[in-house]
Design a protein around this ligand. Sequence first.
Ligand code: SAM
Ligand code: SF4
Length: 329
Amino acid sequence: MLLDNHGRTINYLRLAVTDRCNLRCFYCMPEEGLNWLSRKELMTYEEMLQICSLLVKMGIDKIRITGGEPFVRKDIMRFLTSLSELKGLNELNITTNGVLTAPHIPELKAIGVNSINLSLDTLDANRFFSITGRDEFSNVIETLENCLKNDIEVKINAVVMDGKNTQDIIPLVQLTKDLPVSVRFIEEMPFNGDGHIYNGLKWDYLRILEEIKDKCPDLQKVPDALYSTSYNYKIPGHKGSIGIIAAYSRTFCGTCNRVRITPVGELKTCLYDNGILNIKDLIRQGINEDDLRQILLKTFNQRAKDGWEAERLRKESTGIHESMATIGG
Ligand code: SAM
Ligand code: SF4
C-alpha cells in the first residue's frame, strides 16, 4: 500500500492524455483555445503505459483517464484497451464531455471500463451553447443514453456558475428521479486558463445544498464512500443520487487518495500544486524502473497537507493561470 507523509493512502491516478478539446467551456479555457502542446511535448501512449504500469505495481489500483477531451486524441481506444489489461488495476474510469464518446460506449463496456463521468452543466441546448461555445448538446445526450443502454455507471458533472446555470440545479436534480445516474455539482475553481478573471466563489457547496434543500425538502444525506470527494444525498424514491463537490472550499483534503499526471508528464500530488516532478523527462533520459520508483516514493513522501498549502507552495507565486484542460479536473 502506498502512503504519503500524512498517512493518507494513495491508490488513485488521474491521467490527462491531452490538453486539446472540442468544447470551450467558459470555466475551463478561453474561446481562442490554449497554446496547444506540440506532439513532442505530449507523452506518448507507450510512455503513459510505462508510468501506469509502474504505479499499479506500487499500489495504484484505480485510474481515471481525462484531458482535455480524451476522445479527441487519436487512437485513444488502443491506449484504453492496453491500460485495461494491466494486472492489479481494479478500476478504469473516464471523464469526458461526451461529444465524440457515444459510438465508443459498447467497446468501453467490453474492455471493462467501470464508469464514465460525463460533463453536462445544463439540460437546455441554448445554455449549453453559451457555456461551451459549441452546438453539441445532442451528442452529449446521446452519450448519456448509450451509457444507460449499455449499463455503464454514469456520473454527471455539473460546474455551478453564478449567472450562468444556477437555474439548472433543480432540473439536473430531477434527472435522478427516473435515471440511475449520480448528478454531482462542482464548485467553480480558478483554473480557466485566464479566459476571464475569477471573482471568487459565489456558489459554494453550502449554497448549492441550500438551493436543493429549499426546492426538495425531502433530500436525505447518505453515507459518503471512503475517499469520496462529494457529499452525497438522495431523494426517497429516486433512482439516482446527488453529490456536491467542494472543489474550491477543499473540505476533502484530509482523505485525499489521488495524484495526477498532466499530458506533459508532470506529476501533481495535489490539484492546487503546479507540478512537482516531470516523469516524462526522467523516462526520456533513460531512468531505470527502480530509480524511478525511489524518486516517486520520495515525492509521495513530501506531499502538501492540503490544497491551501499546495497553492501557497506553487513555484511561481503569481496565482493560478492554467486551464483545467492541462490538469484533467
Ligand atoms: N473534457 C473532459 C470533460 O469536460 O469532462 C475532461 C476534462 S475536464 C478538464 C474534467 C472536469 O473538470 C470536467 O468535469 C469539468 O467540468 C471540470 N472543470 C473544468 N474546469 C473547471 C473549473 N474551472 N472549475 C471546476 N471544474 C472544472
Ligand atoms: Fe473541454 Fe472539458 Fe475543459 Fe470543457 S471542461 S473545455 S470539455 S476540457
